[in-house]
Design a protein around this ligand. Structure first.
Ligand SMILES: Nc1ncnc2c1ncn2[C@@H]1O[C@H](COP(=O)(O)OP(=O)(O)OP(=O)(O)O)[C@@H](O)[C@H]1O
Length: 529
């Protein structure tokens, strides 16, 4: 995935490490960045006394004056006391699950929801967030406020298992709620740890989440903030393209969670002294991608800098090789999988269309101009950065519709702006490379058009997964021709198992039949499906 390669960008801001004195010295906040609660500029710092984002010493002063003027009685550490905030069930087991289900009931529930578990002494699934012991009450309130009435199947099993301290390798469909299934235990363990320790102890990071792209990191950090609101739980985003000075300052002020891409994190750890000896949870989101060449060495370097943390690994696609690699990283891994491994989300209707390369653009324009077929907002996946820019321009010129591109070569500010206008509904179609292919929750998107098939079927599974979140129906139109011949056998297999209509050219291709009949892991099947 060329666009997901780690980036180490040094911007001008990083050279200037001095804390900003005045509000006017601070820059404007970019979309998605924290804002100063006083003046609205970039909230580069956190006010220790109030936990608010502030841009400079000047605004900190104003903030503290206001607090005093309001006669607000702030305790030294504005955190609720342990008994106000943490509800611990009477239970002397350490499973994290309420134990309200018997073993038989747990087994029945797992069978019904296709939850598969491999490993020793794994707590049973939970039926509600509140039945899960050890979750701080405030966290349960935040979960409810986010509209999560019930845990999804992956959350039912992964949350109690993670809370019991197990190392996990979790696989579940795209859009099935995997993010909260690691954030809930991370937030719970971090908040409970802080509440049990003296407030004046130095706050070193307690957890770390690594993801392959900046967009995914931003999203994971946003969700972590939402779920951790009101708890002793602060986050730092460590991604390329943003000033490192702000990132390191935030960490030094004391955060519980670091969310980052491996490249920038290594860069930061090499240049600055970040104490990681309290880090007790290490999460690898999109683990199969994180253990591919290009990321693996950096991930391992970071992992080795940590003091034997609990490790939680997630993806919608996990191969036997990845399983093997994870087993060599840590012992005693519990495997949790929901549904069928490595298959696309059933809620996405796949529509493959055979079209020769030189006619692909026209076919795309036809789709985008068809009232029947175009379902905005839609995302078009292409194979290269240049291709993304050219195609988005061509869409605008030919269809008259606003279209923007997003890829790894664009500056972070522009990437944030493109995402914002897309998610706000100002742009009906964006053209993206693999940088938006994994993990990103593009709420509202119900259509994906795969203009260039990616290099592997697992990336395809992730890309079309953007068309459906949490079981809502979506469509994926896939343009395919002889150039994608190396993927034919697996693609046909996937399309067949999803019940999609398969173009005759694809099924009759000698590349499909050759592999099928050579018995390379594929069953011989009838043509003309
Ligand atoms: N229990 C829940 N109830 C309602 N909505 C939920 C629940 N859990 C998660 N969601 C929402 O479901 C959507 C998909 O979740 P998420 O992005 O975590 O999926 P994912 O499994 O990580 O997908 P991907 O593999 O594509 O990264 C998000 O919008 C999230 O806010």
């Amino acid at each position: 995935m060329e666009d997901n390669q780690p980036v180490a960008v040094a911007s001008g801001d990083e050279i200037n490490d001095a804390v900003k004195e005045r509000s006017r010295d601070q820059r404007e906040a970019l979309s998605g960045e924290p804002k100063c609660v006083i003046c609205g500029r970039y909230g580069e710092y956190i006010c220790d006394e109030t936990d608010d984002d502030i841009c400079s010493l000047e605004c900190k002063q104003t903030l503290l004056c206001r607090v005093v003027a309001d006669n607000t009685q702030l305790p030294p550490e504005r955190l609720p006391g342990t008994d106000e905030c943490v509800y611990v069930r009477d239970s002397d087991d350490n499973s994290g699950s309420s134990q309200s289900l018997s073993n038989d009931q747990s087994e029945l529930l797992r069978r019904k929801l296709e939850i598969h578990v491999k490993g020793d002494v794994v707590p049973g699934p939970i039926l509600s967030f509140s039945s899960c012991s050890r979750l701080p009450q405030m966290l349960i309130q935040n979960i409810e406020a986010a509209g999560y009435d019930m845990p999804t199947p992956v959350q039912m099993q992964a949350i109690p298992a993670a809370l019991s301290g197990k190392n996990l390798l979790v696989s579940a469909d795209t859009g099935s709620g995997k993010t909260a299934s690691f954030l809930v235990p991370v937030i719970s363990r971090c908040a409970n740890f802080r509440l049990q320790h003296l407030p004046n102890e130095k706050k070193k990071p307690l957890a770390m989440v690594l993801t392959p792209t900046r967009e995914l990191c931003i999203q994971v950090e946003d969700q972590a903030k939402l779920l951790g609101k009101g708890l002793p739980f602060k986050t730092a985003l460590v991604v390329g393209g943003d000033a490192m000075a702000g990132q390191i300052y935030r960490i030094q002020q004391g955060v519980e969670l670091i969310v980052g891409t491996p490249g920038r994190l290594i860069d930061l750890l090499m240049k600055h002294d970040v104490e990681l000896d309290d880090t007790m949870i290490f999460v690898l989101d999109e683990v199969d991608c994180m253990l591919e060449r290009g990321f693996r060495d950096q991930v391992m370097q970071i992992f080795r800098a940590l003091p034997q943390p609990q490790i939680l690994m997630y993806s919608a696609t996990i191969s036997p090789e990845v399983e093997k690699m994870t087993s060599s990283m840590v012992k005693d891994i519990v495997h949790v999988s929901v549904g069928k491994l490595n298959k696309p989300n059933k809620a996405v209707k796949q529509m493959p269309i055979w079209v020769e390369s030189k006619k692909k653009k026209q076919k795309l324009f036809d789709i985008l101009m068809s009232k029947q077929h175009f379902m905005p907002p839609a995302i078009v996946y292409v194979g290269s950065r240049v291709g993304a820019d050219l195609l988005s321009n061509a869409i605008t010129v030919t269809t008259g519709m606003k279209s923007l591109s997003i890829h790894g070569e664009k500056p972070m500010k522009e990437r944030r702006e493109v995402m914002k206008s897309f998610l706000m509904g100002e742009v009906p179609v964006i053209v993206a490379t693999g940088v938006l292919g994994r993990g990103v929750d593009l709420l509202g998107v119900r259509q994906v058009i795969v203009f260039d098939l990616p290099n592997s079927i697992k990336e395809y599974v992730h890309q079309i997964g953007r068309a459906s979140r949490l079981g809502e129906e979506g469509t994926a139109i896939v343009l395919v021709n002889e150039e994608n011949k190396n993927l034919f056998p697996e693609l046909v297999e996937i399309l067949k198992s999803s019940g999609a209509a398969i173009p005759r050219e694809l099924i009759n291709s000698r590349y499909t039949s050759a592999s099928v009949s050579s018995g390379k892991g594929y069953k011989k099947r009838k043509h003309g499906y």
